[in-house]
Design a binder for this molecule. Structure first.
Ligand code: FPP
Length: 245
């Protein structure tokens, strides 16, 4: 009999921050002879479910990789479809998210998104800014290298204008200029869909995260799968480069 991870996990040792690469939507749809966007639409159902699960479990931060700086290379139909789905999500879900105490934050360069996607995302952030039950970060037009590059540029500007001394630059200063400013680094990174890479997702912030990979396609991901990842996380030995006593 398979384990029931929902009951098995230690409710007192829940990771504070879970980051997710939601992969496998296209293959999920292909298996059903359906267009890729059908997979992305189903993926949105999983997003709803996982947001609820995170609230239930007491996870404080959930970061979802929705659209990378590299995703613009996909066919126009798919890019347009994804933008539409995200816009729809913010319009349809915002009341529910607000009532559940979810605070939405967008990570990435949203200035170059289509007008409606940008304004809905900005509205969602504004509407939920005082919530504190679950911080839901959605990475849109996000790239880890671009994040670090932007941080460096901002720091250089501060050095040039004498706001900051070179000798005062440290890791915290770099972190404070990333899109994730004030968000603790992820404890657990989940990637669905079978690939085992970071794909330019939070590459600075994931330095000490536990990585968990599953073959499950994102549309099939459930609260049970999430708890399976948390169970494995709880049974790992996090040493941060040190030794255990
Ligand atoms: C990867 O699957 C998935 C994406 C590139 C997009 C995922 C985005 C969403 C589900 C939207 C989330 C929106 C919000 C507001 C949270 P893939 O298409 O690369 O799948 P494949 O590897 O099977 O082709």
């Amino acid at each position: 009999m398979s384990k029931n991870y929902i009951d098995l996990i230690d409710k007192n040792n829940i990771p504070a921050h879970v980051a997710v690469i939601m992969d496998g939507n296209g293959r999920w749809a292909k298996k059903r002879n359906m267009p890729r966007l059908y997979g992305h639409r189903q993926a949105m159902e999983t997003v709803r479910l996982i947001v609820e699960s995170c609230v239930d479990l007491g996870i404080k931060y959930l970061t979802l990789y929705a659209f990378s700086t590299e995703n613009w290379r996909r066919p126009k139909d798919e890019v347009d479809g994804l933008m539409k789905l995200m816009t729809e999500y913010f319009i349809k879900e915002i009341d529910k998210l607000y009532k559940k105490g979810v605070k939405v934050r967008i990570l990435g360069d949203i200035d170059n998104l289509p007008g409606s996607a940008k304004s809905c995302a900005v509205d969602a952030m504004e509407r939920t800014k005082d919530n504190n039950i679950l911080n839901m970060n959605v990475a849109i037009n996000y790239g880890g290298r671009a994040d670090i590059l932007n941080s460096c540029k901002q720091i250089i500007q501060k050095v040039n204008s004498n706001e900051l001394l070179i000798e005062d630059i440290n890791e915290d200063i770099i972190s404070e200029h990333l899109y994730t400013k004030d968000i603790p680094d992820p404890d657990l990174m989940i990637r669905t869909g079978g690939e085992k890479r970071l794909s330019n997702f939070l590459i600075w912030q994931l330095s000490y995260a536990e990585l968990w990979f599953t073959d499950v396609y994102w549309p099939d991901f459930t609260k049970e799968t999430l708890c399976n990842a948390i169970y494995d996380y709880q049974n790992r030995d996090r040493r941060y480069g040190g030794l255990n006593q």
